[in-house]
Write a protein that binds this ligand. Structure first.
Ligand SMILES: Cc1ncc(COP(=O)(O)O)c(C=O)c1O
Length: 362
């Protein structure tokens, strides 16, 4: 948070307009307009979390209890929760080992007549391979909702993520590439969907106090939106610093070959929300010990995600999957860990991270 965000928040408090009945006050409208421009889409709809954004998108896609939603298991809980909230069945597809993103080939295996939505997650800030996913969905009349919670500013074949499916959802949680503390946004080019999304964000109201479909109170407040506008203006600078920090890690951390470094396939521009490495051939115990030793040196190494969704009891029941069902997902969950690279870290900080990790990993 800088001076701009603080002034923006104070100006909202002084204005006396903290929100409005449809969650579309002047600051929210400004944030939506500017966010849509950034992504290169016609519309953006602001809500109060990324999870709420995904829930709105699934409801707008018409997801109901008889439907399946196809998602990766190697992701944050926020990807799965909205599926369960719709009463739908989460169906999990495996990931590609080099990118950790959902595998289009495995989507083909997991798809069925019940599949209503495919929800690819641009994990760690790297776009999924969207062309084959969009093609599979198009052939079968399935809606694609991008989970872009971690991928503000990422690109796929010179298009911004958030413009590649029918709808896309972003989070402004504090660990994201830009933040408002909590917050979310849905982007779309569809003029009908945007009306539906706005209704869902306000209890499903068609007009004031006339509720005609299920919705919720998912309003973004004016103060949050004002902070969002200020952050959006700095996003380019944040992304550039993340990229520079990632480069320092890539140049310095992997010399021994024991770590597989993150990939940036041709035509894809990473947004470096996380810098995730794989300890080749390791089991979870060995990886966890390395992470502990790095953390002992005052470096905030983290594991995203130690337990894939399909192995959580809640999802095991819903999906019917067992250990061993998604081998690449389970292998990644045992072997990956992430290193800090946020824009507050200097080149010296990054060299300290790289040196320390190199010494510990060997
Ligand atoms: C992949 C993914 N999906 C969904 C979400 C949910 O977003 P929020 O925490 O804003 O509800 C997150 C949050 O970071 C996420 O990383």
């Amino acid at each position: 948070m800088g001076k701009e965000e603080i002034e923006a928040a104070v100006s909202v408090l002084k204005s006396g307009t903290l929100t409005n009945k449809s969650g579309a006050g002047p600051r929210v409208l400004e944030f939506e307009r500017e966010f849509a421009r950034l992504v290169g889409v016609k519309h953006a709809v602001a809500v109060n979390t990324g999870t709420a954004a995904l829930h709105c998108a699934l409801l707008a896609a018409g997801v109901k209890s008889a439907d399946d939603v196809l998602i990766p298991s190697f992701t944050f809980a926020g990807t799965g929760t909205p599926v369960l909230l719709c009463g739908a069945r989460p169906i999990f597809a495996d990931i590609r080992s080099e990118t950790y993103c959902i595998s289009p080939e495995d989507i083909e295996n997991a798809i069925s007549r019940r599949t209503k939505v495919i929800m690819p997650v641009h994990l760690y800030g790297l776009s999924c391979d969207m062309d084959p996913i969009v093609e599979i969905a198009r052939q079968r009349g399935i809606t694609v909702v991008e989970d872009a919670a971690q991928a503000h500013g990422a690109e796929y074949k010179q298009r911004k993520v958030g413009s590649l499916g029918e709808m896309a959802c972003f989070s402004f949680y504090s660990g994201s590439n830009m933040t408002t503390g909590e917050g979310g946004m849905i982007t779309t080019n569809d003029d009908d969907l945007v009306q539906t999304l706005k209704m869902i964000r306000t209890h499903g109201e068609e007009r004031p106090y006339w509720v005609s479909r299920i919705g919720n109170n998912y309003h973004m407040t004016e103060m949050v939106a004002a902070i969002g506008v200020a952050q959006l203006r700095r996003l380019g600078e944040f992304l550039e610093r993340r990229r520079q920090n990632a480069k320092i890690l890539t140049d310095q951390v992997g010399v021994s070959g024991k770590l597989a470094l993150p990939s940036e396939p041709d035509g894809v521009k990473h947004s470096w929300c996380m810098y995730t490495v794989r300890l080749r051939g390791a089991n979870a115990g060995k990886r966890n010990k390395i992470v502990e030793r790095i953390r002992d040196k005052n470096i905030e190494a983290s594991i995203y995600y130690e337990t894939p969704l399909h192995l959580l009891p809640l999802y095991r029941e819903a999906s019917g999957l067992r250990k061993g069902s998604l081998p690449e997902t389970e292998r990644a969950a045992r072997q990956v860990f992430s290193l800090p690279l946020h824009p507050g870290l200097t080149s010296e900080d990054m060299s300290y991270v790289a040196d320390t990790v190199r010494r510990i990993v060997g």
